[in-house]
Design a protein around this ligand. Structure first.
Ligand code: ATP
Ligand code: MG
Length: 300
């Protein structure tokens, strides 16, 4: 069956060893090559390569093929990060998380077989609208909360939730992409990663952090959905840094945002990570209950 062949590749994709294990030899059909795909139009360009629309020939399944150059990966020393990204993302199955069906490589390139997000980047949508309605923002935030609850249940912390890492599926549902900074963890971590604007105080200050970093970032995202800019934005990095550490949270008078939305954001952007509103409680917050479409799909 078409989709099942690709789904099966996802499981095999978890093994990112460069050598071919005996297990893989036994399941030769799970190894992909470029000749299995018809390549279509370019979908975009990333730091390390290009993304193309593609069709798996046998199944006619439409995918996004991300092509990364080994030389660039080596030069930037991100092979380890990519391996972790593939390992984590290929094992996640959630309607709001972009599927990674599998990967393959040749002499010069690494190819990731990704679910195709037909409506493109959320970032562009936000730029176009400037800011989202409360119904749209709440629908997106609730769907992301459910996806993050799923991740955290598997001990995966995303750590880089922001508009640039969210794609929109054919139905208008959000898809978390880009697990480049994610970790699979049972311990508390202390690494500097992600983009400054979305980092919580404990990561800016490099003290220990855990899954509650994603609650903070979701709070920042909710703010940006409603106001069209992140809450701690400043001209200088050092000022953003200071504002995050102080939790210098201000709500501008325009656009007009309900008190209930501000209440939710205030409960997520809390310095003490143990006091942030847990994600399952977020789903019960009146602003979410009253505004979010339970389907997770925003219908314009
Ligand atoms: P980075 O290398 O920092 O992750 P990036 O996120 O901009 O950079 P990619 O993730 O490689 O780069 O993707 C480049 C562009 O291709 C995206 O911005 C998006 O427009 C498009 N794209 C990527 N993946 C998909 C997908 N699964 N479905 C549809 N479009 C995609
Ligand atoms: Mg990206």
């Amino acid at each position: 069956m078409a989709t099942e062949t690709l789904a099966g590749a996802g499981a095999a994709g978890g093994d990112t060893n460069n050598k071919v294990s005996s297990e893989n030899c036994a399941e030769e059909k799970l190894r992909w090559t470029l000749s299995d795909f018809d390549i279509g139009k370019p979908l975009g360009r990333g730091k390390f390569g290009h993304v193309y629309l593609a069709r798996e020939k046998k199944s006619n399944h439409i995918v996004a093929l991300k092509v990364l150059f080994k030389s660039q990966l080596k030069q930037s020393q991100v092979e380890h990060q990519l391996r972790r990204e593939v390992e984590i993302q290929s094992h996640l199955r959630n309607p709001n998380i972009l599927r990674l069906y599998g990967y393959f490589y040749d002499q010069t390139r690494v190819y990731l077989i990704l679910e195709y997000a037909a409506k493109g980047e959320l970032y562009k949508e936000l730029q176009k609208c400037k800011y989202f309605s409360e119904k749209r923002a709440a629908t997106y935030v609730a769907s992301l909360a459910r996806a993050l609850i799923y991740c955290h249940g598997k001990h995966v912390i995303h750590r880089d939730i922001k508009p640039e890492n969210l794609l929109i599926g054919a139905q208008g549902e959000l898809k978390i992409a880009d697990f480049g900074w994610s970790v699979h963890t049972f311990n508390r971590r202390r690494t500097m990663c992600g983009t400054l604007d979305y980092l919580p105080p404990e990561m800016v200050e490099s003290v220990e952090h855990d899954a509650s970093v994603d609650i903070w970032s979701l709070g920042v995202l909710c703010y940006e959905f409603l106001y069209g800019m992140p809450p701690f934005e400043a001209k200088e990095h050092s000022d953003t840094y200071r504002r995050i550490v102080k939790v210098d949270l201000k709500f501008p008078p325009k656009p007009i945002v309900s008190a209930s939305a501000k209440d939710l954001i205030s409960q997520m952007l809390v310095k003490d990570s143990s006091l942030r509103l847990p994600l399952h409680k977020l789903l019960e917050h009146p602003w979410i209950v009253q505004n979010a479409d339970p389907s997770g799909i925003y219908r314009g």
